[in-house]
Design a protein around this ligand. Structure first.
Ligand code: NDP
Length: 396
């Protein structure tokens, strides 16, 4: 029985609040705090309607450490579950250290003025969390998150050594909009427009953005889709923690329509994060673009189809070559029926709740800063099946 403070009332925060409310035996009291309190209140009303539970809400600027410290002292949670934006990670970790509370997030820290995904800023908190006996769990979404746990599970049960890893993220859903992103547009476009990067024989190899393509035939009737090589943050920790890895890559599916829109927006400078002067005011084009694009949360009732995210791994078991695929398929419509969100928010929010559950029930404990694959995958994998993200293992 523990109190949890959820920070961020966006698409993912909506799912996390509902899923935590569905598990009162672990999350005895819930507070949802975010920049705009009315968004917290709307989520709280939906939680009340769907689960009968009352959750508290508060306005919070999570960039302001003193404000977060004051809220933590007032509510006294055991865990801060950060589903605001990556920009807030360090400020929230500072607030947790100051108040002696555990921390969890779903995306690694990024400086606002540079699209750079690296764990170095958060790994630098290792000693401070350790000294205080506190735990910080990084990247407890789907990718990063479940994909890391799949690798840990494969390392524990399926392979003696994993040599090749391809993480493949497929959204085979359609929201019917000319152009929209399924999670925060600013974070999403910063990620997609950066240079690609994969790991081979101990080195990072760079590629031009979205310049490498493969077709993958997805299971259970989804069929073949074009996938593009991208850099994704979980690669950084996985290449350190998975034994014997010789190559690790990340792929994501995009429709030609999405890529055409993105290209035009890039060509005219709308995806830039360099401020421009507009009538005496500094405006960041990408932030302005975010303001005119559909809110990811609004795509819930519109999105049809399924996601399929998983890991294809090649390696050895008992002296023989083995190739295995672990994946989850999630339906946008079923996610919407259950919690009122599309599957991208759902597949991120459910693992965030399970990560919190692992920490609060003591299944995952430790002092310091952890990536998901460093912890025992079994209890997490068990909860995925129970809480809406069942997984499948197939030998290829
Ligand atoms: P949204 O933009 O929908 O929500 C972000 C929320 O954070 C908004 O409610 C926003 O407030 C709030 N927020 C922003 N800045 C502050 C601040 N300074 N103080 C308090 N609250 C703030 O994003 P998503 O829900 O789509 O994504 C949430 C997180 O999940 C992101 O970090 C994203 O990278 C991550 N993610 C991880 C995935 C994974 O698989 N690991 C997949 C998808 C997302 P306001 O409403 O006022 O703007």
């Amino acid at each position: 029985m523990s109190k949890v403070l959820i920070i961020g009332a966006g698409g993912v925060g909506h799912v996390v609040a509902h899923k935590c409310a569905q598990a009162p035996e672990v999350f005895s009291e819930i507070m949802l705090a975010s920049r705009t309190k009315s968004k917290c209140d709307a989520i709280a009303a939906s939680v009340k309607e769907r689960t009968g539970r009352t959750i508290q809400t508060a306005a919070l600027d999570a960039d302001n450490v003193a404000e977060t410290v004051a809220l933590i002292r007032k509510f006294q949670p055991k865990l801060v579950l950060n589903v605001a934006l990556p920009y807030q990670d360090l400020a929230l970790m500072d607030a947790c250290l100051e108040t002696g509370v555990d921390y969890l997030d779903t995306a690694n820290y990024e400086p606002l003025d540079e699209a750079k995904f690296e764990y170095k800023w958060q790994w630098a908190y290792q000693d401070r969390f350790k000294e205080k006996g506190l735990m910080a769990l990084l990247g407890s979404g789907f990718d990063p998150g479940v994909t890391n746990v799949y690798c840990a599970y494969a390392q524990k049960h399926l392979f003696d050594e994993i040599h090749e890893l391809d993480i493949i993220d497929c959204n085979a859903g359609d929201h019917g909009q000319p152009f929209a992103t399924n999670f925060n547009p600013e974070i999403n476009i910063r990620e997609i427009t950066q240079r690609g990067r994969y790991w081979e024989r101990g080195e990072w190899v760079e590629t031009d953005p979205l310049s490498w393509r493969m077709s993958y035939d997805f299971p259970e009737g989804i069929g073949p889709k074009d996938c593009y090589l991208m850099y994704h943050e979980e690669l950084e920790s996985l290449v350190q923690n998975i034994r014997g890895l010789k190559r690790a890559r990340f792929w994501m599916t995009f429709s030609q329509n999405y890529l055409n829109h993105l290209k035009v927006l890039e060509n005219i400078g709308m995806t830039s994060i360099e401020p421009v002067d507009y009538k005496g005011q500094k405006i960041v084009p990408l932030q302005f673009l975010k303001a005119v694009l559909p809110e990811p949360g609004s795509l819930g009732p519109l999105t049809k189809g399924r996601t399929c995210i998983g890991c294809v791994m090649k390696g050895v078991k008992d002296g023989k070559e083995r190739k295995a695929y672990i994946y989850n398929i999630c339906s946008h419509e079923e996610a919407y029926r259950e919690v009122g969100s599309q599957a991208i928010s759902y597949t991120t929010g459910v693992p965030a709740m399970i990560g919190a559950m692992m920490m609060l029930t003591g299944k995952w404990r430790g002092a310091g800063v952890f990536n998901m694959e460093q912890l025992d995958p079994d209890p997490f994998m068990e909860k995925l099946n129970i809480h809406g993200l069942p997984w499948v293992v197939v030998d290829l």
